[in-house]
Design a protein around this ligand. Structure first.
Ligand SMILES: CC(C)(COP(=O)(O)OP(=O)(O)OC[C@H]1O[C@@H](n2cnc3c(N)ncnc32)[C@H](O)[C@@H]1OP(=O)(O)O)[C@@H](O)C(=O)NCCC(=O)NCCS
Length: 340
């Protein structure tokens, strides 16, 4: 749980991941805070020293803050927060100008809103934006936020938007038009679907003997012993992955400061749409939040689609760590987590 906010991070959405700020994010945050374009409706760009202090405070104690990063390469694109500022829970968001106009903020905001309502079904979430901030208003209205009056603050007319449960759907592509896949921690209502999907994908691929099939199906145990993520599309679980932190039960080969990705599976009918990419991006973001320096995983020799995915994301073979289980050769891949 994000301290001071009800969001459970990280979250994946479309082409972005929303995670807690971590040490190393400061330079990107400073660029955001000093930008006169980003802060046009927030009182103007901050002075560099003030911006750096604010950025350092955010990475040291991220109370309610989040950063929006690219699912492709982990670059920090923006930031935001969810807090109680004037009564109800309220969120804000900002993206560096070079990433405007691509629907990336919509991806992030949709995930935040849907995740909020999953945890706090009875609360409303509000957003306040200057009346003159047409770009922000278009984003909120495109997502289904309902205008709820104006008021005067900081010498300008402010417009309040309300988002009730159901106003924004995870299944709604919004203005971005991109497949609105969301990745989040599994809950007790989707854990069984995650287990069934994993078993089925591995069985069809020929990677599951009877004993391993039972283990793959048992997502409840994985949810207790590790972090079990699900990819959700149109309210269906279409992908899942397990992330084991170092020293935990399901970490088979991870060393200190490494996390281990396990049992990655995407339903056949949605492959090639970035679901596997987003699942991995969320695992990497969680590892980054935890201050780890690398991610490892074991894969079988004929998991060719997976090998391409790992390569594309900067995973490299760690030949010296290859191992065998029963009669299967396991190939080990490793990816360092850069701290900036
Ligand atoms: C490996 C696996 C998880 C990949 O899932 P996926 O959702 O298809 O992965 P992605 O969509 O992110 O990437 C797959 C391909 O789609 C392409 N792609 C991704 N997003 C895309 C988009 N928006 N538009 C067009 N193409 C896209 C990628 O470039 C990639 O191309 P490639 O096949 O040439 O490498 C899936 O194939 C699977 O479940 N395999 C069986 C189980 C398995 O091997 N698990 C790994 C265990 S170690």
């Amino acid at each position: 749980m994000l301290e001071g906010s009800p969001l459970v991070l990280p979250l994946g959405a479309g082409r972005v991941v929303v995670r807690r700020p971590a040490v190393g994010d400061e330079d990107a945050l400073v660029r955001l805070f000093i930008s006169p374009e980003v802060r046009r409706y927030l009182g103007g760009g901050l002075e560099v020293g003030v911006a750096r202090k604010r950025a350092e405070r955010m990475t040291a104690v991220p109370s309610g803050d989040f950063v929006i990063v690219s699912a492709m390469d982990g670059a920090v694109l923006g930031s935001g927060d969810v807090r109680r500022k004037r009564g109800p829970w309220e969120f804000s968001y900002q993206l560096l100008p070079q990433f405007w106009g691509r629907g990336l903020a919509s991806d992030a905001v949709r995930a935040v809103v849907v995740a909020f309502h999953a945890v706090k079904p009875d609360d409303v979430l509000i957003a306040v934006t200057q009346d003159g901030n047409h770009r922000s208003r278009a984003l909120l209205e495109g997502l289904g936020a309902v205008p709820d009056g104006t008021f005067e603050e900081y010498g300008a007319a402010q417009r309040r938007y309300v988002l009730r449960r159901g106003d924004v759907s995870a299944a709604d592509a919004g203005r971005s038009g991109h497949p609105p896949v969301t990745v989040r921690l599994a809950t007790s209502s989707d854990v069984d679907a995650a287990g069934e999907l994993t078993e089925q994908v591995y069985r069809v691929g020929g990677w599951a003997g009877e004993a391993y099939a039972r283990e793959l199906r048992d997502a409840r145990t994985r949810m207790r012993q590790a972090l079990l993520y699900v990819a959700v599309l149109d309210r269906q679980v279409v992908g899942t992955v397990t992330l084991a932190l170092p020293g935990t039960r399901l970490a088979e080969i991870a060393r200190d400061h490494e996390s281990e990705v396990r049992m990655l599976a995407v339903a056949e009918h949605v492959r090639g749409r970035g679901v596997g990419t987003l699942l991995l991006a969320v695992c990497e973001a969680r590892s980054r939040e935890a201050g780890l320096t690398g991610v490892v995983l074991s894969t079988e020799t004929d998991m060719h689609a997976a090998h391409r995915l790992y390569h594309r994301r900067g995973y490299r073979r760690a030949y010296e760590r290859d191992w065998r289980v029963a009669d299967f050769d396991m190939l080990v891949y490793h990816r360092p987590i850069p701290s900036r």
